[in-house]
Design a binder for this molecule. Sequence first.
Ligand code: B16
Ligand code: MG
Length: 217
Amino acid sequence: SIKAFLFDLDGVIVDTAIYHYQAWKRLANELGFDISEEFNEQLKGVSRMESLDLILAHGGLTLSDDKKNELATQKNQWYLELVSRMTSDDILPGVPAFFAQVRQAGLLTALGSVSKNAPMILERIGMSDAFDAIIDGTKISKGKPDPEVFTKGAAELGVSPAECVVFEDAVAGVEAGKRGGMFVVGLGSSDVLTQADLVAPSLETLTVEQVLEKASV
Ligand code: B16
Ligand code: MG
């Protein structure tokens, strides 16, 4: 039976994906090219350095490790400027109500984010205490689609993968959950999140009961 819900951060709890996109776009523009929203889909759930590698390849650039570290630091500074203005008003619609149901149902919760900024963002939106375990970019060695971020979350909660449901908005994140042996709820479009076991537009349109019913067959 299902004992735990594991949540991605960007695009599930808060919409920081837009800020990552804006900061990467600014960086690409300074390097003399552009990135589209469609290209940005590939970056969701992917670590900072792997994202930079994809962007540089897209712009046809090969740079030294020193230069790449400098650019990644620059992008993060711009990103931090954007997220520093976030408050609890930035929590996505339906999240507080869904979490209330999760608690009511007695389920455990974990955050599974590859972002090194995740604890700071949880602090800013007042959700640091909403999770029984927090796995962020500082605790893992491999980004999504590797399942590490979710298998570590399950381990920290003391549950098996088959007892977990993952909530993800990114293609790489859905793949990570599936490779981890978990039931995956994709939040977004079913045309994009083809590997998900269940897809809904957002947490606002789902109830815990619906998820448990689908995940328990
Ligand atoms: P940072 P998630 C991911 O977070 C983002 O989706 C991705 O766009 C970002 O590059 C990655 O975190 C690393 O973030 O630069 O803050 O360490 O979706 O796993 O919550
Ligand atoms: Mg995400």
